[in-house]
Design a protein around this ligand. Structure first.
Ligand code: FMN
Length: 192
């Protein structure tokens, strides 16, 4: 058997997100966040195209976005309840990193593979934050798929999409475990 990195193995075996309501200030400072983002960028990436980037949203930006949720929600015909819930997330979060899918032209690497790499960067950021002891959660929400919101508020280009917002802060409550998949349903063994 190969040598096991027991700490990394234990982390991956037990890792779980923290519900957004349980994520509070303080959030990582800029230097700490820079380290987490550097780890997040360390992902498999066919063709080394780096088809992702990060937009850091600190509290003032998040509160500004919270104030815009109702305007977008009404245009998108969202219910009052949906608007209130989305607003609460932006009102509550101490820090969010928008992970952006940034497709690059490539004759060799299909766009779907670039999407996978961007998703990997988002997950790597989530795991880096959790491994560093922060509480974190990967959320999207209906607003994140709205084109004008992405371009006017987050500054995304027309061909860019939001992989998700990774909210990061300090844990205030023990997270519940959630059911995990039944592995017998997931795995096919082709032996010959
Ligand atoms: C792309 C993506 C978007 C998500 N968006 C939301 C969301 O908007 N709201 C929500 O409650 N959960 C959302 N989730 C699920 C949360 O991240 C949830 O915390 C996660 O599934 C917990 O899994 P874990 O315990 O293995 O980390 C999203 C997950 C992914 C992968």
């Amino acid at each position: 058997m190969p040598d096991r990195n027991q700490a990394a193995y234990d982390f991956l075996s037990t890792r779980r997100s923290r519900p957004w309501r349980s994520i509070a200030a303080p959030a990582p400072d800029d230097a700490t966040l820079q380290e987490l983002l550097t780890i997040a960028a360390r992902v498999p990436d066919h063709g080394k195209l780096v088809p992702f980037r990060f937009v850091v949203l600190r509290e003032p930006a998040l509160r500004r976005i919270a104030d815009l949720v109702a305007t977008y929600g009404q245009k998108m015909e969202r219910t009052e309840e949906e608007i209130a819930k989305a607003r609460e997330v932006y009102d509550h979060s101490p820090l969010a990193v928008a992970v952006v899918e940034r497709p690059q032209y490539s004759a060799k690497v299909p766009s779907v593979e670039q999407q996978y790499a961007a998703g990997a960067a988002c997950f790597q950021l989530l795991n880096a934050a959790l491994a560093a002891g922060w509480a974190a959660n990967w959320l999207s929400g209906w607003l994140s798929h709205n084109g004008p919101f992405r371009s006017n508020v987050l500054g995304l280009e027309g061909n860019e999409r939001l992989v998700g917002l990774v909210h990061i802060g300090t844990e205030t409550a023990t997270p519940p475990e959630r059911p995990r998949p039944d592995m017998d349903d997931l795995v096919t063994w082709i032996d010959a």
